[in-house]
Ligand binder design. Structure first.
Ligand code: MRU
Length: 358
């Protein structure tokens, strides 16, 4: 459902009516295979989120909303209790991944519908949940467009932008967050070039960012993560733009492992470090980045990536999936309500109020 831009892949969508299912790009197979995965049950959605078939904070939120509908719709068909099935789906999806706060934001919205519809049961309740999940998806599309519009003026004609991980269309329900200003500037006729960090260990930069930028006709150069400081020292980079999985109310930014190092290198070289994210990525309960739960993933992702052992058997491996960039390294946070320069509590709270989140 919904419109797909000719140049951006549709990351996921709800197909059909209440008897329908979710269709999503199977992102683990990119870039060599571009196949669609059909997700029809709550456990299948939990699995898709956990193994990164769908990934990127906003897309995880959209997927979670649809996941709740899958549980509710199945109960409606079977004549069992839809409210209980939806609550059980929320619980199951809640523990699928720990860091991207958009997951919990979306599930809280679905829970809000349950709380506000005590008079609805059965199919009518499931229909109302589907409506909400579609609204979450639609608002993400619009949010991405707004982030693109607010961020594009930060890029001059001829600028080269470095990005880390994938915060493009495939990480959202729309055109992306970090890549949105790039797509928008490109559409406005500006010449924008991109350097993409490959993003160890799962190579979202190489596999996904390079793939979707190529599809959109935006020039991109792939580098390994360790080359980012070097290309900045060579004067090739005019701005860094990354996405985020969770931003605190104080402005600290959690994103894919390696982002903090990119921010340090950017500060050293006087390159602006921008973060592009929807306000649904802000954890209004947390002030300090140190309190953000960081997902630790399977050591095999580091020592046995993509089907081949790359480290000796038995070596100790540590695999945190995210890190936190302190707010003093952040030049600006580009949101759907505007650009928060030099983020601090006051700037964050003003944006949150404008976006109706406070
Ligand atoms: O582990 P992933 O692939 O879900 O990590 C994704 C990122 O770190 C993105 O940069 C972040 O979610 C922002 S997506 C718009």
């Amino acid at each position: 459902m919904g419109s797909s831009s000719p140049s951006h892949p549709e990351t996921l969508s709800w197909i059909g009516d209440l008897t329908g299912h979710v269709q999503m790009v199977e992102q683990t197979l990119l870039p060599t295979e571009h196949v669609q995965l059909e997700v029809r049950t709550v456990p299948a959605m939990v699995d898709a989120i956990r193994r990164l078939a769908v990934r990127g904070a906003p897309a995880i939120g959209v997927a979670a909303g649809y996941g709740v509908v899958l549980g509710a719709a199945a109960a409606a068909r079977e004549g069992s209790n839809v409210r209980e099935a939806a609550s059980a789906a929320i619980e199951a999806l809640w523990v699928s991944r720990p860091t991207a706060v958009n997951l919990f934001w979306a599930l809280d919205r679905m829970r809000g519908i349950l709380a506000a519809t005590e008079n609805l049961e059965g199919e009518a309740l499931a229909e109302r949940l589907l409506e909400e999940a579609l609204a979450i998806h639609e608002s993400d599309r619009d949010t991405c467009r707004r982030i693109g519009a607010h961020g594009a003026p930060l890029l001059e004609d001829g600028a080269t932008v470095l990005t880390h991980c994938n915060a493009g269309a495939l990480a959202t329900g729309g055109m992306g967050t970090a890549l949105a200003p790039i797509y928008t500037a490109h559409a406005q006729g500006k010449r924008v070039d991109v350097f993409a960090d490959e993003t160890r260990p799962l190579l979202q930069g190489a596999r996904i960012t390079c793939w979707e930028l190529q599809q959109a006709g935006v020039p991109v150069t792939l580098i390994t993560d360790g080359m980012a400081a070097r290309v900045m020292a060579e004067g090739r980079i005019q701005a860094v733009i990354v996405g985020s999985d969770r931003i605190t109310r104080g402005g600290d930014v959690c994103n894919k492992i390696g982002t903090f190092g990119v921010a340090l290198a950017a500060r050293h070289h006087g390159v602006p470090f921008h973060v592009a994210a929807p306000l649904s990525t802000v954890d209004t309960e947390l002030l300090e980045g140190k309190d953000i739960p960081i997902e630790e993933r399977d050591p095999d992702e580091v020592g046995h990536g993509f089907g081949r052992r790359t480290a000796p058997e038995g070596v100790r491996i540590y695999n945190p999936a995210f890190d936190v960039t302190p707010r003093d390294l952040v030049t600006s946070i580009i949101t759907e309500v505007g650009v928060i320069e030099r983020p601090d509590v006051a700037g964050m709270e003003q944006a949150l109020r404008e976006g109706g989140r406070l």
